[in-house]
Design a protein around this ligand. Structure first.
Ligand code: CP
Length: 320
């Protein structure tokens, strides 16, 4: 593996998950692999899980880690080419990424979308430029359109909790929120689950209100239903997530809590396990009775972030 940006960077999902679960069983088995190697984690946006789990994963492999909070501690970045920098931006991404590349063997970057200009966000211009100019392997810590470390974590969590003899039914359901959130987590979850479905690992359904259709690029092969109760029937895993509209880009189209998963709604499932990437707004996105209940996987899922990051770092280190 050279970079980690999307599911396209992985061929055999089952093999990757097995390797991650082997790391979970023996976290320190490859302690010398990353010795004298530096990981740089660059955040243009806040993070709890991604920041800490990726640091822990790197330490388990013997790496050193530097964290740069560009949003708070860095110079204001210019990403456009050919502009006279006589405004508020202080440093161009060409120099900033290149300099960080000289300090690090592998870099990670988190950069959320602006949610104003769909074409610009979906071009992944900032991420692509950073990748070009840093000249080092680059891991997405969540970009404008995808969150691959989260999606790999989710697949690990689903496969380690699957008890049914046949393929588990996995349902991604839209849920309410008061803020306009990116489509990165659901896009990414959808493309990972569609590939997992192709590889015979899961059956995948998406449910959302009309107007919340995701970019078809990410959902090819999924069953898509706008009746949430119908979609939830016989589900083994329910993945709860809000996103803003892709069509009416960045907009919130409906308010109210009708789409919030509750114990009553979950009666239609096959005693489904509940998943959410966190952070979660209690009793807005997801009923606290489900979050705190025996079928909630959210803490185990967040814990598995370490093994997703560690298997990705291990594969990239092995290729340096
Ligand atoms: N799920 C996730 O990426 O969490 P953070 O935003 O806290 O890193």
């Amino acid at each position: 593996m050279k970079n980690f940006f999307s599911v396209a960077d992985v061929d055999d999902l089952s093999a990757l998950v097995k390797e991650a679960l082997a790391l979970k069983a023996t976290p320190n088995a490859h302690r010398t692999l990353g010795q004298h190697k530096m990981l740089g984690l660059v955040f243009l946006n806040p993070s709890l899980r991604t920041r800490l789990s990726t640091q822990k994963a790197a330490m388990n492999l013997g790496m050193d880690v530097m964290v740069m909070n560009m949003d708070k501690d860095g110079w204001a970045l210019e990403t456009r080419d050919g502009v006279v920098m006589d405004g508020t931006t202080v440093e161009h991404i060409r120099e900033a990424a290149a300099v960080m590349g000289t300090y690090c063997d592998i870099l990670g970057l988190r950069s959320f979308p602006g949610l104003k200009d769909r074409k610009e966000d979906y071009s992944e211009d900032l991420f692509n430029k950073f990748s070009t100019y840093c000249k080092k392997p680059l891991i997405s810590l969540e970009s404008a359109t995808r969150h691959p470390l989260q999606s790999l974590t989710d697949l690990i969590t689903i496969l380690e909790n699957t008890t049914v003899a046949s393929k588990p039914k996995v349902v991604l359901t839209w849920a309410p929120h008061v803020k306009a959130l990116p489509q990165a987590v659901p896009n990414s979850f959808a493309e990972w689950m569609c590939k997992a479905q192709q590889q015979g690992l899961v059956d995948f359904t998406i449910t959302h209100p009309e107007g919340y259709e995701l970019d078809e690029h990410f959902t090819k092969g999924a069953t898509i239903i706008t009746n949430q109760q119908e979609a939830l029937k016989n589900a083994d895993f329910v993945y709860v997530k809000n996103w803003s509209s892709y069509q009416e880009y960045g907009k919130i189209l409906i308010t109210g809590r009708d789409w919030m998963p509750t114990p009553e709604k979950l009666k239609a499932t096959n005693k489904a396990k509940i998943m959410h990437c966190l952070p979660v707004r209690r009793d807005l996105e997801l009923a606290s009775a489900l979050l705190d209940g025996p079928d909630s996987l959210v803490i185990q899922e967040a814990g598995n972030r370490v093994w997703a990051a560690q298997v990705v770092l291990k594969r990239i280190l092995s290729n340096l």
